[in-house]
Design a protein around this ligand. Structure first.
Ligand SMILES: Cc1ncc(COP(=O)(O)O)c(C=O)c1O
Length: 422
């Protein structure tokens, strides 16, 4: 154990004690949850010891917990709330749907509007099929790829996340997982059995690890040259460009997986892509790939998603990117002043802190840098009213003000000083 680890273990105990004293209502909520939800939660990545803050409500960039504490929201429901909490245009759109009827077993203008917006914004998306989550969209994309190619294997990246259902889990027998940013490993693994390569434009849940310049182009070309599809998962990344990261990087995936912001905060997912591939799911196609779902294209999600995208233009995206860059720099400076090793990986307005001085380039690097400092930092920020994720990821929204970004930077500085106090 280094002296820093030892210092930190002591600090963690102090932080936990303070946290418990400050959040009795959250502890009560957790005890109640334990009686009906396994582990007291229903969403694995969102929980942390000793128990998570129980949020009562959110508005704009602010959250209020059950004890009445206010937090600056730097999570935005894991990147899905691009315009923050209870965004008035989204609330108005959903209210209108509540009055007109929530969902019908028929096509509807609201679904079409969202589909047309996606086709208009993302050039590789010629047709769209809606699901209820990014997970479901990934499953559908895998089925389309397997049907289109007659092959069964799927290649993905270690630390890649395409949802929590098979086959797109690194341990699934149909999957080969190789390190991100390692084109030689892709070369070797991409045999004639592989139906598709699934990639995120940056490892999102895996630590916000950016793709090395040219890496995704090489993956796309290799996939094509070996008769496999190139599937880009833009569930998190779409927020970084009008046409997603693929627009910024001039990629032309065969299929794109979408979710999060396209539902404006309501449950949604979608597969978009080449018309010939999407047509495999059309019930008018002979021997089609059966795909249905009671809530596919739910009108509340479609309406919320459409208004969310209408309100996200290139100027908003540039501002988010600048704010993300500013915050990343300030966090690194603060950690350096406190004598802590730190790198901040970033994809536009999504950031991840890592307690290592060299930026991770794949998931193994991220795992190696994870230690007790991350949970301690998380608690030290919560105690200052700054809501972040246990894994060190934060994401900004269009309603996070410059003053709030500055306040967040100060909170990180205070937290680092506290972690390093001797
Ligand atoms: C890149 C990526 N793909 C897919 C998913 C799964 O989406 P959902 O949580 O809507 O099932 C996520 C969720 O975090 C994600 O980040």
């Amino acid at each position: 154990m280094t002296s820093l680890d030892a210092t930190n273990a002591g600090q963690l105990q102090h932080l936990l004690r303070e946290y418990r004293e400050r959040t009795p209502g959250s502890e009560t909520a957790f005890r109640r949850a334990l009686r009906v939800l396994p582990g007291g939660e229903t969403r694995a990545v969102t929980t942390y010891p000793p128990y998570p803050v129980a949020i009562a409500r959110g508005r704009g960039s602010r959250l209020i917990d059950v004890d009445g504490h206010e937090y600056l929201d730097l999570v935005n429901n894991y990147t899905s709330l691009i315009h923050g909490n209870a965004y008035p245009p989204v609330s108005a759109a959903v209210t209108a749907v509540l009055e007109d009827g929530l969902v019908f077993p028929s096509p509807h203008d609201r679904q079409l509007e969202l589909a047309e917006l996606l086709v208009g914004r993302v050039p590789s998306v010629e047709r769209v099929r809606f699901t209820n989550s990014g997970t479901e969209a990934s499953v559908l994309a895998a089925r389309i790829a397997q049907r289109a190619t007659g092959r069964s294997q799927l290649l993905m990246f270690d630390g890649g996340y395409h949802g929590s259902a098979p086959p797109l889990l690194a341990k699934d027998p149909a999957v080969i997982a190789v390190p991100y940013n390692d084109i030689d490993a892709v070369q070797v693994a991409l045999t004639g059995e592989v139906a598709a390569v699934f990639a995120e434009p940056f490892l999102g849940a895996g630590g916000v690890v950016p793709a090395a310049p040219g890496f995704l182009h090489e993956v796309q070309e290799l996939a094509r040259s070996r008769g496999a599809l190139f599937v880009l998962d833009e569930v998190q990344a779409l927020r970084n460009g009008i046409g997603g990261e693929q627009g910024r990087l001039s990629l032309t995936p065969d299929l794109t997986i979408l979710g999060k912001i396209i539902g404006g905060g309501l449950p949604i997912g979608a597969v978009g892509g080449r018309a010939d591939l999407l047509l495999l799911t059309a019930s008018t196609t002979r021997g089609h790939l059966m795909h249905s779902g009671t809530f596919n294209g739910h009108l509340a999600a479609a309406a919320a998603g459409a208004v969310t995208l209408h309100h996200l233009d290139a100027t908003d995206i540039e501002r988010l990117d600048r704010a993300g860059g500013f915050l990343a720099e300030r966090i690194i400076q603060a950690a350096t002043r406190a004598g802590l090793p730190m790198s901040v990986t970033r994809a536009g307005s999504i950031l991840n802190v890592h307690f290592t001085s060299s930026a991770p380039t794949n998931a193994a690097d991220v795992r190696a840098a994870a230690g007790p400092l991350l949970p301690a930092l998380h608690l030290a920020l919560l105690l200052q009213g700054v809501y972040t994720t246990p894994r060190g990821m934060i994401s900004l929204s269009t309603v996070t003000s410059d003053e709030e970004v500055e306040a967040a930077a100060v909170a990180y500085e205070n937290a680092f000083n506290r972690l390093n106090a001797r």
